[in-house]
Design a protein around this ligand. Sequence first.
Ligand code: ATP
Ligand code: MG
Length: 196
Amino acid sequence: MTAPRIGVLGGTFDPIHHGHLAAASEVCAALGLDRVLLVPTATQPFKTDEPVSSDEDRIAMLERVAAQDARLQVSRVDVDRGGITYTLDTLTDLRAQLPDAELFFITGYDALERFDEWKEPARLHELATFVGVSRPGHGTPDAPGPFVLVNVPALDVSSTDVRRRVREGAPIRYLVPHCVADYIVEHDLYTGGRDD
Ligand code: ATP
Ligand code: MG
């Protein structure tokens, strides 16, 4: 049996949007992956002082989306460990959970711009193949490789913009899946209090 090829897309996912999903789908097809794990972070190292929605709200939105696409699965590995999420721990734990799998860590060009500040970059390359995905507004990163680069149809959407739109009463449908837009309304997320 050949090793299952598993993509790993880490993120704050506050909320998940179509940019994340286009990236996951494109990499899945380009690299012949069997599935992609959506892995919400506990505390993102570069966002330690920013308020983030609860783990349960972010996971509930991810679960709704994953229920509609057999290629996608949600992993709680980072929220269950808690604290600051380092990709080194994410990949170490996933390697233990999925010892037969070949892992592909998917990350946008914006995040790769700071790859040299990540914990133990050299070790990270031993744990997974790193896949950089294009993102509008960000050029090809000059990060210590090797990276597989995958061009993703440009969707200029960010979670920050989705939150701002909700706060200002602007539409978010077609930027996020309908089930996510519905969840945001049902749970009154992003309507106040945050200044991003
Ligand atoms: P925020 O604005 O809160 O930072 P975000 O939209 O950047 O949210 P994250 O959860 O930070 O989303 O991103 C998770 C991963 O998805 C990162 O690797 C990021 O580069 C990638 N990503 C996010 N949006 C896009 C997009 N529109 N196109 C390609 N990759 C994306
Ligand atoms: Mg981001």
